[in-house]
Write a protein that binds this ligand. Sequence first.
Ligand SMILES: *Cc1c(COP(=O)(O)O)cnc(C)c1O
Length: 383
Amino acid sequence: MKQVYMDHSATTATDPAVTEAMLPYFSEKYGNPSSLYTIGRQARRAIEEARQHVSDLIGAKKEEIIFTGSGTESDNLAIKGSVLKNRGKGDHIITSSIEHHAVLHTCKYLEKNGFKVTYLPVSKEGIVNPADVEKAITPQTILITIMHANNEIGTIQPIEEIGKIAKEKQITFHTDAVQTAGKIPVNVDALGVSMLSVSAHKIYGPKGVGALYLRKGTAIEPQLHGGGHERNIRSSTENVPGIVGFGKASELAKERLPHESNLTALRDSLIKGVLEIEDSYLNGHPVKRLPNNANFRFSFIEGESMILNLDMKGVAASTGSACSSTSLEPSHVLMAIGLRPEEAHGSLRLTLGRKNTQEDVDYVISVLPDIVKKLRMISPLSR
Ligand SMILES: *Cc1c(COP(=O)(O)O)cnc(C)c1O
């Protein structure tokens, strides 16, 4: 049977060139980068090369990259690290209601520990209004954290505009760019951010390695204390193979960026084909969205049963986000754009990647109508 992977926002396959670059660092050049002898120095050099590639992908300086264990850790480090550092200046954080759980749950945790958080609403199309950010700022505000693009509905936020506001008010500004780096141009200066999170496994690198961009002069408290690695901000013997893989993946992502933007045509053909199904709708913004993201809702059916039926046809897709798909709670993102719980439950996310073809899109468009029809026939919600 044909196999079609359309869940690239959940994770991607490691590029063969990435795997190849990583291999020597497991059992040949296995030295600890802090050791002074040859294999230690080789590992150190490899890390610094990778740091250059990651910084090049986002227009940063090499010294501004802190390697972490994941995108989730980068978000935690950015948020907790900066509010703990600036505790003396205030206690207020501004974020949006559609952030990834790595940001939202970190903010909830900080609320339990004495901080105040404003969760900004979004438009029906899933966009934060910069004027709302400005209005929410108080003399107590010490951090703004708004994601660059949403992982479920793919909406791209007006980060440049928010960056200008943050700069004018001299407030630390973080963005979660895990879904944008390598898919659309990301430049830390153009965005006007002080901190930015990225993750390797969303850009054809390995799982379990991420990075935080930390603008020179932005002070944060370390969240892992130990031997003083990563400029004393993130102690831990470095994940050398993972970091090398992240470096290679970043280098490839930069080269292939023009092709990623070309996914727009494929995405739009997918959207057009799927919307021919009766009572189907596109979630998110028609234009301000990631080139690889399509998110639909179908009246009267459950996303979970759609995923299982698509799987039987060899198609890997998701409903809500991978993190929420094991819970029966409706997605907080779909609720924030104003959907009713039963509408949110009928959502389907298809995210394209480098290897997807028009043939894949045509296949999905050919199998989906029958699945929807079958599920509606047995649905208690149906008319
Ligand atoms: C995947 C993802 C994360 C988490 O990254 P991990 O490396 O999987 O921990 C954070 N934010 C967004 C927007 C994501 O898509």
